[in-house]
Design a protein around this ligand. Structure first.
Ligand code: KIV
Length: 298
């Protein structure tokens, strides 16, 4: 997809703005997997802000407004304290910043588990107030009735099994799942239940590879792996992890750049300039008309 540079007249800022194009739909993403095979893997990354969405949109099929924003944006210890209002604010920003990818917003802990009705009320707010295409929720068999309830009422649902971070207090940590037969069988049963309930895709997180492959073969809808297997029908990463913004890198993350170092170096150069009174220079200051070094700046 080409990127054009346009002047955004509402902000007077020139953004590289992807030329508006038709967004992918959830049925199109679901249809990537047909007869058990996926010719073109589904590409998903997390996005939390409008600008991040603008930069990622052209490259992704799905943008996930993950509740990982609790740790990544807000410095919280886990995703448990994240609220529906936080997800809605960031979901709306990501929808505003994207034109191509379908946007999926995570349902935060406590906004859907108590009943299908509660889940519908929360999910309806998310869809109405963000303009996103679908929601994601964690949990397998226990959430199947809720998934079916939402799907029957017009809300596309992405499931999430294996390592489910909202359950960190029950799981006791973020270790890989499915290492023993009972746990592996449970994760398989969870994925099957979500698939049968009508989920359009299922995230498999932090699961030993043979189980991820077995689930991908067993269920009809696409699997999206994170710490799972390249044989899943698609992949997702937390964008800030793969950009190298954090010192601690989970084993399943491939770091594609070192943005933390770039930011640190730029901030150090800026600080040096300020302390040496090199910034602002003539190019960044305003002068009375006729006295500017470049008339356009005056
Ligand atoms: O919250 C999140 O970012 C997620 C992905 C890691 C799948 O759920």
């Amino acid at each position: 997809m080409s990127t054009t540079f346009q002047l955004d007249t509402s902000t007077s800022r020139a953004h590289p703005t992807p030329a508006p194009m038709k967004r992918l739909t959830i049925p199109q993403v679901r249809a990537r997997k047909a007869g058990g095979t996926t010719a073109e893997p589904v590409v998903m990354l997390t996005a939390y802000t409008a600008r991040q969405a603008q930069l990622l949109d052209a490259h992704c099929d799905l943008l996930l407004v993950g509740d990982s924003l609790g740790q990544v944006i807000y410095g919280l210890p886990s995703s448990v304290p994240v609220t529906l209002d936080m997800m809605i604010a960031h979901g709306a920003a990501v929808v505003r910043g994207s034109y191509h990818a379908a946007v999926v917003v995570d349902m935060p802990f406590g906004s859907y588990e108590a009943s299908p009705e509660m889940a519908f009320a929360s999910a309806a707010r998310v869809l109405k107030e963000t303009g996103c295409a679908a929601i994601k929720l964690e949990g397998g068999e226990a959430m199947a009735e809720t998934v079916a309830f939402l799907v029957r009422r017009g809300i596309p649902v992405m499931g999430h099994v294996g390592l489910t971070p909202q359950a960190v207090n029950v799981l006791g940590g973020y270790n890989a799942r499915g290492r023993d037969a009972a746990e592996a069988d449970k994760i398989m049963a969870d994925a099957r239940a979500l698939d049968q309930a009508g989920a359009f895709a299922v995230v498999i997180e932090g699961v030993v590879e043979p189980i991820a492959i077995a689930i991908t073969r067993a269920i009809a809808c696409p699997t999206i792996g994170i710490g799972a297997s390249a044989q899943c029908d698609g992949q997702v990463l937390v964008t800030d992890d793969m950009l190298g913004l954090f010192e601690r890198v989970p084993r399943f993350v491939k770091v594609y750049d070192n943005i933390a170092e770039t930011i640190g170096k730029a901030a150090a150069r800026y600080a040096d300039d300020v302390r040496a009174r090199r910034f602002p220079g003539p190019e960044q200051t305003y002068q009375p008309r006729g006295q500017a070094p470049d008339d356009k700046l005056g």
